[in-house]
Design a protein around this ligand. Structure first.
Ligand SMILES: C[C@H](N)C(=O)N[C@@H](Cc1c[nH]cn1)C(=O)O
Ligand SMILES: [Zn+2]
Ligand SMILES: [Zn+2]
Length: 492
C-alpha cells in the first residue's frame, strides 16, 4: 500500500493485488485472439475480439452497442465487412462527471519466425514481464481500465464517475470510419461526456510514470512502379530493360539524407518555430539517452544530445521506409525481375503541417525524380491513410487529477511528455467533441510495441490498474470542487 493513499484507496489496491491471477488470465485470453487488423484474412478475429470485449463490459453492467463501420474494398475488388466498434456506457448520474475511455483491441501482425522468443499469441510470463502481441498495445491498458471499474463493482463501492467506452478494432490501420462515427454520435453518445482519456502509448523511461500532451500525425504513401504485365527472367531480360525495383529504390533513396533530414522541398516550411521557452522544456525533461539506445538495440542515434533526440522524436517530422510489396523477400535466391513493386513509407507530421500540402509536395518531388530517369515504367503515388498531430492544454482538471493519482500510486510527479507515434482519434475527439483529451500511458518505455517480444510488465499492469482506480476518485473529487466553485460564483 502507498503511504499517501486513503483507506478507500488501500482497500482498492488490496483487492487488485489479491486478484492478480484473474486479471492475468483475462489478458491471456485476449492476447490469444489474433486480432491483427493489418491482414484482411484476420478480420473475423478482430470481430471476435470486439465481441469478447463487449461481453466483458456487459457483464460489468454496461449498456453496449456494437456499431457497424461498413465495408472496405480489398485489392482484388472484393468488399470486406469491417469489424464493429464498441460504444458502451455504465452509469448516468447527473451529479457525477462522465469519463470516456478510448482504446483499441486490434494488433500489429506478429509471427514467431519474426524473432519472438515465445509464441506471440500465448501470454508468457518471464522475469516479471508478460510477453505477447497486444500486451501493451493496447489490450493490457484497456483491461487495466476495465479491471479498475470491476474492482469498484466487486467491492460494492459507489462508482465515482459515469463511464463511457469507445473501443475500436482498426487503430493499427488508421481508424477508417472513425471520424464519421464520432461526428454522427457527437450529439448523442458524446454530448454528456466531460473528459476523454486515451491510454495507448508509453512512458519515456522504465521507472517514472508519464502523462502525454502531444502526439505526431502520420501520412502514409504507396509508390507503385509498374513495368510490363509479368515478372521476367533476369538472365534473359536483365541488362536490356528499366527494372521497376531499380526505379523504386532510386525514388526511396531520394527521400532522406544520411543525417535523417527529409529531402522533399518545402516539407519543413510549416513546422512550428522553436521558441526559447519550448527549448527550455526539453532541457528540463529527464531522459536517459543510453537507456533509450539500449531499448532500441541500435548502437548510435542520429543525434547525440538529449534535447535534439527529444525534439526529433516529438516536434519535428520524420520519414520512415516500411517495405516493398512485390519484391522477393523469402530466404534463398530467386533470379527474377519483379515487374510491379510498391514502396511503402510514411512521414510523421507535427504542428502545423498540413496533410494536403505534404501530399502535394511528396507527389511533385517523386514525379520530378522519376522524370529524370527517363524510365518507360509507370509511376503511381497514393496516400492510403493519414492522421493529424495532437497537442493538449495540460492546465486542466484531467491532467491535475492524473498527476494526483500518480503521486498517490507511485509517490512521484510524472514526466510530462510528447510522443512520436500517432493516435488518430486524439485530434478527431478534440476537434469534433471539443472536450478535453488526455493521454494516460501505463506501459514502460521498453514495451516493444509493434516489435518482437512486446510485453507489459506485471508491475505496470497492476500499478496501472490501481492508477486508473485512483484517477476515478481524483477526477470525481476535482469535478465536484469545480461544480461547487461555479455554483458559488452564480449565487454570489
Ligand atoms: C501509438 C499507437 N499505439 C500506434 O501504434 N499507432 C499507429 C497508428 C498509425 C499511424 N499511421 C498508421 N497507423 C502508429 O503510430 O504507427
Ligand atoms: Zn496502439
Ligand atoms: Zn500500435
Amino acid at each position: 500500500s502507498s503511504s499517501s493513499a486513503s483507506g478507500l484507496e488501500n482497500q482498492i489496491f488490496q483487492y487488485i493485488d489479491l486478484h492478480q491471477n484473474e486479471f492475468i488470465k483475462i489478458l491471456k485470453e485476449w492476447v490469444a485472439v489474433e486480432s491483427d487488423s493489418v491482414q484482411p484474412r484476420l478480420t473475423q478475429e478482430v470481430t471476435r475480439m470486439m465481441e469478447i470485449a463487449a461481453a466483458r463490459l456487459q457483464a460489468l453492467g454496461a449498456t453496449v452497442e456494437l456499431a457497424q463501420l461498413g465495408t472496405s474494398q480489398l485489392p482484388d475488388g472484393q468488399s470486406l465487412l469491417l469489424p464493429p466498434l464498441i460504444l458502451a456506457e455504465l452509469g448516468k448520474d447527473p451529479q457525477k462527471p462522465t469519463v470516456c475511455f478510448y482504446g483499441h483491441l486490434d494488433v500489429q501482425p506478429a509471427k514467431k519466425e519474426d524473432g519472438w522468443e515465445t509464441d506471440p499469441y500465448t501470454l508468457t510470463e518471464s522475469d516479471g514481464n508478460l510477453y505477447g502481441r497486444g500486451a501493451s498495445d493496447n489490450k493490457g491498458p484497456v483491461l487495466a481500465w476495465i479491471n479498475a471499474v470491476e474492482t469498484f463493482k466487486a467491492l460494492k463501492l459507489d462508482m465515482p464517475v459515469n463511464f463511457k467506452f469507445i473501443i475500436e478494432g482498426l487503430e493499427e490501420v488508421g481508424s477508417p470510419g472513425l471520424e464519421k462515427l464520432i461526428k454522427d454520435k457527437n450529439q448523442l453518445f458524446f454530448s454528456d461526456v466531460d473528459y476523454i482519456v486515451i491510454s495507448d502509448n508509453l512512458w519515456l523511461s522504465n521507472r517514472k510514470p508519464a502523462l502525454t500532451y502531444g502526439t505526431r500525425g502520420s501520412i502514409c504513401f504507396f509508390v507503385e512502379v509498374q513495368g510490363g504485365e509479368r515478372d521476367l527472367h533476369s538472365g534473359t531480360f536483365g541488362g536490356i530493360i528499366h527494372e521497376p525495383i531499380t526505379d523504386l529504390i532510386a525514388l526511396l533513396d531520394s527521400l532522406v539524407d544520411i543525417s535523417g533530414r527529409i529531402l522533399i522541398p518545402g516539407i519543413y516550411d510549416d513546422v512550428s518555430i522553436l521558441t526559447e521557452e519550448e527549448k527550455k522544456l526539453y532541457e528540463s525533461v529527464e531522459f536517459d539517452v543510453e537507456g533509450h539506445k539500449n531499448i532500441s538495440g541500435v548502437k548510435k542515434f542520429l543525434y547525440d544530445n538529449k534535447e535534439e533526440i527529444l525534439m526529433n522524436m516529438w516536434r519535428y517530422p520524420s520519414l520512415s521506409i516500411h517495405g516493398i510489396e512485390g519484391a522477393f523477400h523469402e530466404p534463398g535466391i530467386k533470379t527474377v525481375i519483379p515487374i510491379r513493386v510498391i514502396g511503402k513509407f510514411s512521414i510523421r507530421l507535427v504542428p502545423h503541417m498540413n496533410i494536403s500540402i505534404v501530399e502535394h509536395q511528396v507527389k511533385q518531388y517523386l514525379e520530378d525524380i522519376f522524370s529524370k530517369r527517363s524510365s518507360p515504367n509507370k509511376l503511381m503515388v497514393s496516400v492510403p491513410l493519414s492522421a493529424v498531430p495532437w497537442l493538449a492544454d495540460i492546465n486542466n482538471t484531467l491532467y491535475t487529477a492524473a498527476k494526483g493519482a500518480i503521486k498517490t500510486v507511485f509517490g512521484q510527479d510524472p514526466d510530462m511528455i510528447r510522443d512520436g507515434s500517432t493516435i488518430p482519434i486524439a485530434r478527431m475527439f478534440q476537434n469534433i467533441t471539443k472536450k478535453s483529451v488526455m493521454m494516460f500511458p501505463i506501459g514502460d518505455a521498453d514495451a516493444g510495441e509493434h516489435s518482437q517480444n512486446e510485453k507489459i510488465s506485471r508491475s505496470n499492469y497492476f500499478q496501472g490498474t490501481k492508477l486508473f482506480a485512483t484517477f476515478f476518485l481524483e477526477i470525481a473529487k476535482l469535478h465536484e470542487q469545480l461544480q461547487e466553485a461555479s455554483t458559488m460564483k452564480t449565487t454570489n
